[in-house]
Design a protein around this ligand. Sequence first.
Ligand code: NI
Length: 249
Amino acid sequence: MFLYLSTWAEIERFLERSRTIVIPIGSNEQHGPTGLLGTDWMCPEIIAGEAQKKADILIAPTFNIGMAQHHLGFPGTISLRPSTFIAAIGDWTRSLAGHGFEKIFFLNGHGGNVASIEAAFSEIYCEASFARRQSGFALKLCNWWDLEGVDKLARDQFPTGHGMHATPSEIAVTQWAYPNSTKSADYSPQIAPSGPIREALDFRARHPDGRMGSDPAQATPEKGRQLVELAAQSLVRALDAFSREAMPG
Ligand code: NI
C-alpha cells in the first residue's frame, strides 16, 4: 500500500491495524557512465514497492535527495546540506508521528546518508515529545543491501568488480524495474579504481567517470530481479520484527 495512492480515510483505517511505515530514502547523484542519477532512491523504492505486493505494509513517498556533495562535480547531481537533510527528516517524522505512527523504518539506498540519518534520529530522540514515550516509539535505519541475504547474493552474483559506487547490484535493480532506461558504455578500465571520498572536485579528479571500484557491465535485469525478490522478502520479515518490538521490561 502506497501512501500517495491512498486517501486519508484509508490511512486512518491502516493506523487501526498497524503503526509502522516505511520511508524509502536515497540520493539523486551520478552513478557512472551507465547508472541512472536516481539509482540510490530508486533501489529502495523498487524493493519497498515489491514488498507491499506481498504484505499489508505502508510505503511513504520516497525521500529522494540526500548527502551527495562529493558528486556535485557531475551534472544532474542534487545535494542537501547535512543540516537541511536532518531538519527535513525531523519534519517528516513529526508529521507521521503526529498521526500515530510509532515505528518508522527508513529503507536507505545511499551509504553517504547513513551518518546524517543517524544524527537526525539522535535529534528527534532528544525532543521531549519523543523522549520517554511508553509506546516504544522507534526509528530504524536499514540499507537495502543489509537486508537479510542480500549482500551474500550480490557477492555470489558479482565476485569481482562489485565495488562501492555505481555497483552492478544497484544498477541491476534499476535495469529490472526500468528496462527501457538501460544504458551501455565501454568501460575503461573495466573495473574502476577505488579511493577516498572527499569533496566534489577531488572526487571527479580521482574517479573521472564516476565509478568507484565497480564494473557495472556485469549488471543484468535478471540479477536485478533476484536481488529485488530476496530484498522484498527480507524487508517484510524485518518490518514484522520491527513492528513487534516492545519496550523492554
Ligand atoms: Ni548508489
